[in-house]
Design a binder for this molecule. Sequence first.
Ligand SMILES: NC(=O)c1ccc[n+]([C@@H]2O[C@H](COP(=O)([O-])OP(=O)(O)OC[C@H]3O[C@@H](n4cnc5c(N)ncnc54)[C@H](OP(=O)(O)O)[C@@H]3O)[C@@H](O)[C@H]2O)c1
Length: 295
Amino acid sequence: MYYVILSNGVRMPQLGYGVYQISKDECEHCVLNALNVGYRHIDTAQSYFNEEEVGNAIAKSGIPREEIFLTSKVWIEHYGYEETKKSVYESLRKLKTDYIDLMLLHQPFSDYYGAWRALEELYKDGKLKAIGISNFYPDRMVDLCSFAKIKPMVNQVEAHPHNQQTEAQKWMKKYDVHMEAWAPFGEGRGGLFTNETIAAIGKKYNKTVAQVILRWELQRGIVVIPKSVHIERMQENFDVFDFELSDDDMSVIASLDKKQSSFFSHTDPNMVEWFVKMVEERKNNKDHKKEKKNW
Ligand SMILES: NC(=O)c1ccc[n+]([C@@H]2O[C@H](COP(=O)([O-])OP(=O)(O)OC[C@H]3O[C@@H](n4cnc5c(N)ncnc54)[C@H](OP(=O)(O)O)[C@@H]3O)[C@@H](O)[C@H]2O)c1
């Protein structure tokens, strides 16, 4: 395993396992499989509704807690100082742990300054070992870095060969914020898994397209968290430490950059409205209201 050292000295495994879009029913089993394969870094979020199952898997695995790097994310609905604090305690309960290695603010909307102050306090109390942000484009990241007491240690953003985020990565380096890639395969959009250029590079090393993509991201210094519900793919995605892409290969993959999201832009006002609507709908959900009463 490779590790990166965050600005506060915390050591983070550079390859992790993401659990977005893994159902409650499948999640415990998948995380147990991932831990058996060798992953020691799990990425979940309040909004994935599977923190409880991640916590069950970690507890059942018998692996000492300190050997696992656990990330979660605060959802927009829980932003603001008080709500964020409560929501982090709820995450700790669900994950069955007394600390989280990295807690991120999931989106750059609503009262993220209030939410950040809560994370700063929880960090000082030792409940969170590192704190960071996600989907903060350079403008919002520079803003937060400039006015917060504690600078984020990580920014998790969409990054893969079709959206490489080279400009954003420069800004992160300037502010000592470590870049982490979500959707390191772009979920396969734009035919990424069958890309002929990447496949040809893979042939030279006897590696698959997925392995070349992950290796390319690792060599760029980025933390990656590929998701798969299939154990063979978890193994494939983990088997990326025994080869090295040449500078030429790195440049060829760099030339595939389309410099735009394969999903959507967080600066598109239509998307902001979509997020607002989602937050409203969840707030009004009966089960959700019931659950929040117990916080
Ligand atoms: N912060 C954010 O806003 C944000 C947003 C999105 C994601 N994330 C995080 O990033 C993690 C990864 O992103 P993601 O899940 O969206 O996308 P991804 O990891 O780029 O792609 C996952 C997709 O690729 C398939 N796959 C995985 N390995 C493969 C392989 N070796 N060969 C062929 N297909 C393969 C998976 O299918 P199967 O599962 O069927 O194998 C799944 O459909 C998430 O799980 C989550 O933790 C964060």
